[in-house]
Design a protein around this ligand. Structure first.
Ligand SMILES: Cc1ncc(COP(=O)(O)O)c(C=O)c1O
Length: 392
């Protein structure tokens, strides 16, 4: 690559635009949970400025005092168009969507629509820790189906879990993470088709959390769960929250397959009314006008995945990292370091770098950490340097 090309690519990269001084002025949890001598690469926030079209949309709304209750279908329309352009999927029907305050409250609502109190919800651990907390909050019960050693869904294990979940004859759901947090694994059409067939055979309803869907490596393609054959009764949760770093501007969409239209129609007004109008404005602008910004980010994330692999090979060669094709999260197997079940605690104490403890991700998480790649190459390099000092 020519120097000029690399230079303009670096300039466009949102991950290279904020310095540590600016980031430390932030008041969100990533930057406030730990003291200032700790470098935070934990919770899923990105060290990027807001995409210009999103900033403009909310600035215009603020200038107009457009801060009332939300209305209309601009958000699902923008997402449907994005799905068509990016994923080649034209099956997202605006009339089969419902606004939800955010993705996890959408998950709770979906589980309440499909199952009853005490019913089972299958998850593929290790998985995003709030899956456990929110399933409990919804009054449902977790059944774990651990990923295989290759970090992909193991169909035999999933079948066992489906059988266990349905053993009492009660309704049950499968909470699929697509793409998967924390591994960054992008499920293939074949995998999703097999999952859908299995869910159909055992009579489980599928709720796909697709919040990371926009965050897919340049050479790869996200497959929406509802685009796969046999998913007509499925539900999906989508949002611009992860792709454009909008967690502070909350908003999500519950999307139904054709045979689940009646379920989405039952989302109560009391739930949808909790969606922030400013959030809807921001998410709509992201899906509608944030494509160029997203592309620059995805290039930067690909660079960071390669950089992390190189840094680990050099400084922590026993740490196993299998770069995924999606999300900005890296799942690091640190068992070779001999730091016990909770290496994140050691990296924090001795290295002053904050990562997520694998223990929170359920069975299979011990000895692992999750590292957030959505930062500058400089801070990523510093983080690995700190991790290395913690083990020497
Ligand atoms: C898989 C997954 N689902 C949901 C969320 C949270 O979404 P929200 O803040 O919209 O509830 C996250 C945040 O990192 C996530 O990784």
């Amino acid at each position: 690559m020519s120097g000029t090309h690399q230079g303009s690519r670096d300039q466009a990269n949102p991950l290279r635009q904020l310095g540590l001084d600016q980031l430390r002025r932030r008041t969100s949890v990533k930057w406030r949970e730990y003291p200032d001598d700790v470098l935070p690469l934990w919770v899923a926030e990105m060290d990027v400025p807001l995409a210009e079209p999103v900033a403009r949309a909310i600035t215009d709304a603020v200038a107009l005092g457009d801060t009332g209750y939300t209305a209309g279908t601009a958000y699902p329309e923008a997402l449907a168009e994005f799905a068509r352009r990016r994923w080649g999927w034209d099956g997202l029907a605006v009339e089969r969507t419902a606004l939800v305050p955010d993705v996890m409250h959408g998950v709770v609502e979906a589980l309440r629509l499909l199952t009853g109190p005490g019913d089972a919800v299958v998850v593929n651990c290790p998985v995003y820790p709030p899956f456990y907390g929110f399933v409990g909050y919804a009054g449902r019960r977790i059944v774990e189906a651990p990923l295989g050693d290759d970090l992909r869904i193991d169909l035999g294990t999933l079948e066992e879990a489906f059988r266990a979940a349905r053993s009492g004859g009660r309704p049950a759901a499968y909470l699929l993470c697509n793409p998967h947090n924390p591994t960054g694994v992008l499920h293939t059409v074949d995998e999703l088709t097999a999952v859908a067939a299995l869910a159909g055979r055992y009579g489980l309803r599928v709720v796909a959390d697709e919040i990371h869907a926009p965050l897919v490596s340049a050479g790869a393609r996200f497959v929406p769960y509802l685009s796969v054959p046999g998913t007509e009764r499925g539900l999906s949760l989508m949002s611009a929250s992860k792709g454009w770093n909008l967690a502070g501007l909350r908003g999500g969409l519950l999307v139904a397959g054709p045979a689940a239209a009646g379920d989405v129609a039952r989302v109560p007004f009391e739930v949808s009314v909790g969606t922030s109008h400013l959030g809807v404005i921001a998410h709509t602008a992201a899906f509608r006008d944030g494509g160029d910004w997203l592309d620059a980010l995805l290039t930067g994330l690909d660079d960071n995945r390669r950089l992390l692999a190189a840094l680990l090979a050099e400084h922590l060669p026993t740490v196993r990292y299998r770069p995924g094709q999606a999300t900005y999260l890296a799942w690091l197997d640190c068992r070779g370091l001999g730091l016990g079940d909770d290496p994140a605690a050691v990296f924090l104490d001795r290295g002053r770098v904050a990562l997520n403890s694998g223990l929170d991700f359920g069975t299979g998480g011990a000895g692992h950490v999750r590292l957030n790649l959505a930062t500058s190459p400089e801070l990523l390099t510093e983080a690995v340097r700190r991790m290395a000092t913690a083990v020497t």
